[in-house]
Design a protein around this ligand. Structure first.
Ligand SMILES: Cc1ncc(COP(=O)(O)O)c(C=O)c1O
Length: 399
């Protein structure tokens, strides 16, 4: 009998082993050049990312959080001006807004996709006095409704900045890659992303030459001519070692996306067979007490940076503890929505004000989805989830 497999949430070692020779050569190339900050590797990556994302300009920067800060600075965001954004997202979305002194105005999510709900965003915008931008997030690697947000931005004459940190290569309902319909998009190369570096890294993209120019100036302390500063920018540059690694990895990104999609399909099929439905059916409708992620139909593409299940509130933490016992890694993205974070108390949002975000924070759990998972590992995860949820739902404790 084979041993029970261990299944980490993410293991990057097999990916590195598969492309080690090319990565090591790219690193050696940078070391030999002794050009570490900006330079040809960054320019090469910028060209390649712009092409991959079907946009005109890409500007490398220090990380995905600073990318949002730079984008807000580039549109001339001023302290006190408002930015409508989701509360159910990674901290950086709202954190970046606050870092430039602007005011996050929270919108609720669509409980089917977990992306910001256009109607809720429009209502939030309607409450603003000095709205500057709308900041949707393509959460977990699935496109937010950019047609609706772009239309809202046009109607209100404000910028739309896409936080695409988790979504490089994702495509919307028309099959258009995310990042091109907003005024600008921001990206993260944090190691756990589908395209992840060997440290921090980020990018801003835009179809506006003027904004690309502003971004390039802002990432070097607001200077176009050395030691001459027209603006107060920041040290927000991407380093050459990261760019060199990312350029190698970009060549494999499509096959990694395909691996994640294959794994997601394996889970979808296993959960469907167990009687579960996707997130279009609310848990309150009953049936098997698990919802797997709804995926917009082709030509849309979900890149599954995360594969996130939903189970009833009382069950989520118990399921997580059980999977940990079974040596299966999981994570909760995100346990506390931003409007309920201590640091944002000053904004005065109440508990209960964003019901879909608050419910998702209590009911969602991410499973391992990285491309190199074996069939045995996937089967083990699916079996453990199904058996546990089935058992607990049967006894109806905490459900
Ligand atoms: C939605 C979202 N926005 C922004 C960021 C920030 O990116 P970074 O960690 O590169 O600063 C992340 C990173 O996890 C993210 O998931």
């Amino acid at each position: 009998m084979s041993a029970t497999p261990v299944v980490p949430l993410l293991d990057l070692k097999p990916q590195y082993q598969a492309i080690k020779a090319d990565i090591d050569a790219a690193i050696a190339r940078v070391v030999a050049s002794q050009v570490f900050i900006l330079g040809p590797e960054i320019e090469g990556l910028e060209r390649e990312i712009a092409q991959y994302c079907s946009v005109s300009h890409a500007v490398g920067c220090s990380n995905g959080s600073d990318a949002i800060v730079l984008a807000l600075m580039a549109i001339g965001g001023k302290p006190g001006e408002e930015v409508v954004c989701p509360s159910y997202t990674f901290f950086a979305t709202g954190g970046a807004v606050a870092r430039v002194g602007m005011k996050p105005v929270w919108a609720d999510i669509d409980p089917v996709t977990y992306n910001m709900c256009p109607e809720s965003a429009a209502q939030a915008a309607g409450r603003c006095r000095s709205l500057k931008a709308i900041l949707p997030v393509h959460l977990y690697g699935q496109a937010a409704d950019m047609d609706a947000f772009a239309a809202l931005g046009t109607r209100l004459k404000v910028a739309v900045i896409e936080d695409a940190a988790q979504a490089i290569g994702a495509k919307d309902a028309q099959g258009i890659p995310v990042g091109g319909k907003g005024t600008m998009a921001t990206w993260s190369f944090f190691p756990s992303k589908n395209l992840g570096g060997f440290g921090d890294g980020g990018m801003c993209t835009t179809n506006s030459a003027e904004l690309a120019d502003a971004l390039k100036m802002l990432r070097v302390h607001g200077s176009k001519i050395k030691y001459m500063h027209t603006h107060v920018g920041m040290n927000g540059r991407l380093d050459a070692l990261q760019a060199a690694v990312l350029r190698v990895k970009l060549r494999h990104l499509e096959s990694w996306h395909a691996g994640r999609a294959r794994n997601a399909k394996f889970y979808d099929d296993a959960f469907t067979q167990a009687g579960a439905s996707d997130s279009r059916t609310p848990l309150a409708k009953g049936g098997f007490a698990l919802r797997f992620p709804y995926r917009l139909p082709s030509p849309a593409r979900h890149i599954y940076n995360q594969y996130v299940l939903r189970v009833p509130q009382g069950l989520r933490d118990e399921l997580r503890a059980h999977l940990t016992e079974q040596k299966i890694g999981t994570e909760v993205y995100y346990p506390v929505p931003l409007h309920l974070q201590e640091c944002f108390e000053y904004l005065g949002a109440r508990k209960g004000s964003l019901p879909h975000s608050e419910a998702a924070a209590l009911e969602t759990i991410a499973l391992p989805i990285f491309p190199e998972l074996s069939i045995e590992q996937l089967r083990h995860v699916a079996e453990q989830v199904v058996a546990f949820v089935g058992r607990r739902a049967a006894t109806a404790v905490g459900v």
